[in-house]
Design a protein around this ligand. Structure first.
Ligand code: 5RP
Length: 295
């Protein structure tokens, strides 16, 4: 039986002893087989061990939100500027040209809307379709502490089991319900549960206090969501801090496609993520960046 009164903050995080990645460049991934490693190498650049993903899967529960009204106009032209596309199969098939040749992290959960309980999801894509679409990974939400926690964990476990059969990694997305606290203790719990059930990568939010411990306590790579639209300077500073504190990249949506210059944001994020550029320098780069169709 769980001793709820005995949940304490961890003490020994081994900050000075980095995880051994000498046999494969990604944390926690050296014992996977060839196909899994090849797909992870599509997602994360082996030179930096990091990735810039563009998330535009929001329509699966939010509908045509700002910036995603016309995916063909706003998102398709951004593909050359990102490492990875994260989206639903509907968006992929309708607006992304197969010649784009960008790895895809496929949203494989659905079943809710902003009008209902967010944690009540189901698996929305069979493994055969993920294979047919050439997905480099599948993604679904884990809603730890939410009404349908058990169901969301079960969805992710099923994806991990079917993905493992075919060498396709699963990204567990730590979802938060509207009323849930977003702190290091919560994300530390959620990301660790995701890794322990077998997710090969995990998406979390960045938190100001204790993000390093979330990363240290999670044995697989973590990428951060951007969350609500922030001023560009703040979003780039957040990305810089997350990378500096051990994140393996970003999977950002609104802070890119709702920006005044989405291409500029992706170019600035690339510098932060792959070249350790500071938030301030990346913001200067953003300010000088040409938007699409500037000429
Ligand atoms: C929705 C998702 C989205 O892909 C992601 O969180 C959105 O990214 P952002 O917060 O940067 O707009 O997983 O649950």
């Amino acid at each position: 039986m769980a001793d709820l009164d005995d949940i304490k903050d961890g003490k020994d995080w081994g900050e000075d002893r980095p995880v051994d990645v000498s046999r494969f460049f990604l944390k926690g991934s050296e014992h996977y087989d060839w196909g899994m490693k090849a797909r992870l190498s599509n997602i994360f650049r082996p030179e930096s061990g990091r990735t810039v993903m563009l998330a535009f899967d929001h329509g699966y529960f939010q509908g045509p939100t700002t910036g995603l009204e016309r995916l063909d106009l706003s998102i398709a032209p951004l593909a050359p500027y990102t490492d990875v596309l994260m989206c639903t199969r509907g968006a992929l098939r309708t607006v992304i040209r197969p010649e784009t040749k960008k790895p895809v992290v496929l949203r494989c959960s659905a079943g809710n809307s902003i009008l209902t309980e967010l944690s009540n999801e189901l698996i929305s894509v069979e493994i055969e379709d993920a294979i047919r679409l050439g997905a480099s990974a599948m993604a679904a939400q884990v809603y730890i502490g939410a009404e349908y926690e058990h169901k969301s964990i079960s969805n992710v476990v099923k994806l991990i089991d079917s993905g493992t059969r075919y060498g396709i990694p699963t990204m567990a997305v730590t979802g938060v319900g509207a009323d849930m606290v977003r702190d290091a203790r919560y994300f530390g719990l959620a990301t660790r549960i995701a890794a322990e059930i077998g997710a090969q990568l995990v998406k979390s939010y960045y938190v100001e206090e204790g993000f390093e411990k979330i990363v240290l306590g999670c044995p697989v790579p973590i990428v951060i969501a951007g969350g609500k639209k922030l001023p560009e300077r703040d979003a780039l500073e957040m990305a810089y801090r997350a990378i500096d504190q051990g994140a393996a990249g970003v999977d950002m949506g609104r802070n890119v496609f709702q920006s005044s210059n989405p291409v500029g944001m992706l170019q600035a994020l690339e510098q932060v993520v792959h070249h350790n550029m500071t938030g301030a320098d990346a913001y200067a780069l953003f300010q000088d960046a040409k938007p699409l169709n500037a000429d």
